[in-house]
Design a protein around this ligand. Structure first.
Ligand code: AMO
Length: 435
């Protein structure tokens, strides 16, 4: 018999259906057997009175274990006493498709590390499933808006012959008789695409960072969203696209999953207003110092505490969860960031904070070959390993800019998860390469 999803049972009242799912709860009482079956769309109560002759169903429910995979055929009937949607299934046949071993390795009290060891079982919880439904909606919304705005989606290589951006934080891998590196960013390739006449570049893909960080927001492999836009007038064009994209993403998430997110995570999704607040780094430092942060007055960049405090100040002042920090000093930004025309020490760059955490770095790029080379030398870099990158600016590359957004961080913040580990299908960190 064809499968009926549990969420659709209410439209099959008084019909015989088959549900496929897992045994969630067994309440085997003296006269009645109550079995809760779960599929990815919900839970249903299967109710069976004991005492029939040659009762195969009673025997099956005595034998079956929690989390076994089952197919149950039965009649859907209304019963106002049943909390799960006021209906139950009266079984006519029960097939134990795959019996689970007894003694499940995790339950609702298990700590995160052990849950991650048994991630496939952990994922059977409805809240964990929702994480990836939300991720699907986010990616769809991003692709939709990128398409609407004339972007081309690319898949840049993750194996590289030289380290991208800088030599630090890069994983080396054996590559036949030489060494390859795992891409820490599509940065150089997305700019190469701009040089190749692809006007607007969009990519969602894996990013690798050999950072020995154990914080709640760092992973050694994560999904990055990268954007690069040609012919910009200024970095403002890049920020305008990003805020527009995030507003659309959150509107779609709110419409499709808002209720379930409130129910399972206790979070109300807010669709942000435009424009997002913007503060320069100098203004941010002044605001923060007024709160007692950085008493020595020496900081030129924000630490995580500074980011949290700034977001709190902005939330108070503008009633907004997001803030762009702009105009970072050149000393804390990469050599390829464009400098402000009126201040060579300041870059046309930004970070985007959401609820106190950095989710994006972006900038206008330096597209003039001579200036770019000079900026690399100024940072103490050698030009030879950069030769292929620098070549991209020798034959007419337009002004451009872009950003990198950490998708896993966005999901963590959106759902109020305590760590990026739960926002990732299979987390990768310094101590975790399995499962
Ligand atoms: P950046 O290094 O800031 O910029 O990375 C962009 C965004 O990626 C996320 N992110 C991380 N997420 C999880 N674990 C990590 N270890 C991690 N590191 C970074 C953050 C961050 O804001 N090439 C530039 C982007 C650009 O200018 O276009 C870059 O990679 O959300």
């Amino acid at each position: 018999m064809a499968r009926t999803l549990i969420r659709d049972l209410s439209s099959h009242l008084d019909e015989t259906v088959t549900v496929y799912g897992w045994i969630n709860t067994l309440r085997l009482q003296r006269r009645m057997q109550f079995v809760l079956v779960r599929d990815h769309t919900g839970l249903v109560q299967v109710t069976h009175p004991r005492g029939g002759e040659e009762d195969w169903i009673e025997a099956a429910f005595e034998e079956v274990t929690l989390e076994s995979a089952v197919k149950i055929t039965g009649k859907v009937v209304a019963n106002p006493v049943v909390k799960l949607g006021g209906l139950e299934v009266l079984p006519e046949s029960v097939e134990i498709v795959a019996q689970a071993e007894t003694g499940l390795p995790i339950d609702e009290h298990t700590g995160l590390d052990q849950r991650l060891d048994w991630r496939f079982l952990d994922l059977r919880r409805p809240s964990q499933h929702l994480v990836f439904d939300v991720q699907t909606t986010i990616e769809q919304a991003m692709r939709q808006i990128a398409d609407d705005e004339g972007f081309t989606e690319l898949h840049t290589p993750k194996l590289m012959g030289t380290a991208s951006e800088s030599g630090a934080e890069v994983f080396k891998v054996g590559y036949f008789d030489r060494t390859a590196y795992l891409a820490q960013s599509p940065q150089f390739y997305k700019q190469m695409a701009i040089a190749g006449g692809i006007d607007r570049v969009f990519e969602i893909g894996p990013v690798f960072r050999a950072e020995p960080s154990f914080t709640s927001r760092h992973a050694t492999e994560f999904t990055g969203v990268d954007v690069e836009i040609a012919w910009i007038d200024s970095v403002e064009d890049v920020m305008a696209f990003e805020e527009h994209m995030l507003q659309r993403v959150l509107a779609d998430v709110c419409a499709e999953h808002g209720e379930q997110i409130a129910e399972l995570f206790g979070v109300d999704v807010t669709v942000p207003t435009l424009p997002f607040p913007r503060v320069t780094m100098a203004e941010a430092l002044t605001k923060l110092r007024a709160t007692g942060w950085d008493p020595a007055g020496e900081a030129v960049d924000l630490d995580p505490e500074g980011e949290r405090t700034l977001s709190a100040l902005i939330a108070e002042e503008y009633c907004h969860e997001f803030v762009f920090i702009t105009d970072f000093p050149a000393e804390v930004r990469p050599f390829y960031h464009h400098r402000r025309a009126d201040s060579a020490d300041t870059t046309a760059s930004f970070d985007l904070l959401w609820k106190g955490v950095e989710i994006t770095t972006g900038a206008q790029r330096e597209h003039r070959h001579d200036v770019l080379s000079a900026q690399a030398l100024e940072k103490g870099m050698e030009l030879a390993p950069l030769a292929q990158y620098l070549d991209c600016f020798r034959y007419g590359t337009p002004p451009h800019g872009g950003f990198g957004l950490g998708l896993s961080r966005v999901i963590m913040l959106l759902l109020g998860l305590p760590s990026i580990r739960e926002a990732t299908f299979l987390f990768r960190g310094p101590n975790r390469l399995e499962p």
